[in-house]
Design a protein around this ligand. Structure first.
Ligand code: FAD
Length: 318
């Protein structure tokens, strides 16, 4: 079933969903199952699986020189999605990124997903590769997420890249996109960022999942602004607990987010890891309860491998 159908069928009740990362190359499905097994009692109707572009590493050659080599450290998103659907009987939502893919490769992945009866995708641009400085699209690939949304929409209308394909099978993908309650860092301002989001919805996106935030007001204001602009699709808040001291600097640096002073001070004040974890859990439960009370369609938790913390939060909210 589609993410939007789950939301419609919930009749205003807040759903729960989780997001997992593929294991590092060489790892197996155990890491995914160890994360998801303890979370399935909360009955998530869908699980997201992230996608990771190739990265550059420097490999020392026999000559003594280093060679820049591209490797994909976390492959397997499509296979993991199929495996999750098979094991748990829930829907899986693969993240698809523009980076590293030609349009044809994207089309072929979408064909595989369609054959696997995976009918949800989160269409994203992806971030810049380390060492690139800025996002560089693949030659023959898409530059912005909207181009991928258009491609998926075209396939939903039976239109493939090859103009000779007539009466192509119409896929039936539900298309999610990313939203940024604190603005995407490259957007000149919030209005421009929202205008791009609106274009994606007009091009066929069916729902939005937000970047994490630690002050719910960002989410509420974001939803309000979207509605004022005529973006009427469901907006799912993405949530992650902040449980470690180093995250006080890494999260703002990596995700361009503000941390509420109250949270930052509470975390700093604690002198052991478990106490800090409790602060993060309580904060996230509080955020979740308020979002639920105010009618968020679904709470989407980034698990980041910390299943115990996410489980405690889910227990406190659902
Ligand atoms: P876009 O919509 O293409 O926007 C990128 C920037 O360009 C924005 O600043 C936007 O305002 C601007 N823009 C948009 N359209 C245009 C246009 N037509 N002309 C000019 N400017 C434009 N990354 C991964 O690599 N893998 C993942 O699995 C992944 N999952 C994510 C899940 C969620 C819920 C979120 C919020 C993010 C995720 N990301 C993931 C990160 C995401 O790929 C990055 O934030 C990326 O920098 C932007 O992606 P986007 O889809 O929002 O891009």
């Amino acid at each position: 079933m589609k993410v939007t159908e789950y939301i419609e069928n919930a009749n205003g009740n807040t759903l729960i969903s989780f997001e997992v990362l593929p294991p590092l190359k060489g790892g197996g499905m155990k890491a995914i199952f160890d994360t998801l097994d303890p979370l399935m009692e909360f009955k998530p109707p869908f699980i997201d699986v992230t996608y990771h572009r190739e990265e550059f590493i420097y490999v020392k050659k026999s000559t003594g020189y280093y060679e820049k080599t591209a490797i994909r450290k976390r492959p397997g998103t499509v296979g993991i999605c199929a495996s999750i659907m098979h094991r748990y009987g829930v829907d899986a939502v693969p993240h698809l990124i523009c980076g590293g893919f030609t349009k044809e490769e994207t089309e072929n992945v979408l064909i595989d997903l369609n054959f696997l009866e995976i009918h949800n995708v989160l269409a994203l641009r992806g971030d810049a590769r380390k060492f690139d400085g800025k996002f560089i699209p693949e030659k023959g690939g898409h530059s912005f997420a909207i181009d991928m949304v258009k491609q998926v929409s075209n396939m939903n209308n039976g239109k493939y890249l090859d103009p000779n394909i007539e009466n192509g099978e119409k896929t039936d993908f539900c298309i999610g996109i990313a939203g940024y309650p604190e603005k995407h860092f490259e957007a000149p301002n919030m209005d421009q960022d929202l205008a791009f989001a609106k274009e994606k919805v007009e091009a066929g996106a069916n729902y939005i999942v937000t970047q994490m935030f630690f002050d719910n007001n960002y989410y509420f204001e974001y939803v309000e602004k979207c509605r004022a602009m005529g973006i009427d699709v469901p907006i799912i808040p993405g949530l992650k607990p902040l449980t470690k001291k180093y995250q006080l600097t890494s999260i703002p640096r990596l995700f361009y987010l503000n941390l509420p002073n109250e949270l930052a001070c509470a975390l700093k004040k604690e002198d052991n890891a478990e106490a800090r974890r409790q602060v993060g859990i309580e904060w996230c439960i509080h955020q979740s309860k308020e979002l639920k009370a105010k009618g968020a369609p679904c709470l989407h938790y980034y698990t980041m491998g910390d299943v115990e913390t996410i489980r405690t939060i889910a227990e406190g909210v659902f």
